[in-house]
Write a protein of this length. Structure first.
Length: 125
């Protein structure tokens, strides 16, 4: 499983929307590492030296499924650390975009409040 440091934004988010986005980032990073491992294993398999005398389509299909399972297992263990690096790189952007959205929402609420107060003041004149 992918390990994340306690100081990372994944562990210390107070905003549920940010936490949800960070969880999606974690899942996407994990899936990316699995796809990367599958591609690497597939490339290694295609670099065969000679013809497989006893090979068949069924054997090739079974080998592909086995390779996919191996790649998923490698990604679950974080063998390459690609998912961790992606999370580290993009978690600041996800947390930053959520903070920026919260600041925009606060500014809109403040502007709406100011407009409402101005309208109320005009209405009382």
């Amino acid at each position: 499983m992918i390990k994340t440091a306690a100081a990372s934004p994944l562990a210390s988010t107070a905003n549920p929307a940010t936490a949800a986005k960070l969880e999606k980032l974690k899942a996407a990073a994990h899936q990316f590492e699995a796809v990367f491992a599958r591609q690497m294993i597939s490339s290694m398999r295609s670099a065969n030296i000679g013809e497989d005398i006893l090979g068949s389509d069924a054997q090739n299909q079974f080998r592909d499924m086995s390779d996919a399972k191996l790649a998923d297992s490698m990604a679950d263990k974080g063998t390459f650390g690609i998912a961790q690096l992606l999370i580290k790189q993009f978690s600041g952007q996800v947390a930053g975009s959520a903070t920026a959205n919260a600041e925009k929402a606060g500014a809109v609420a403040e502007a709406t409040k100011s407009t409402a107060l101005a309208d109320a003041a005009r209405a009382t004149k």
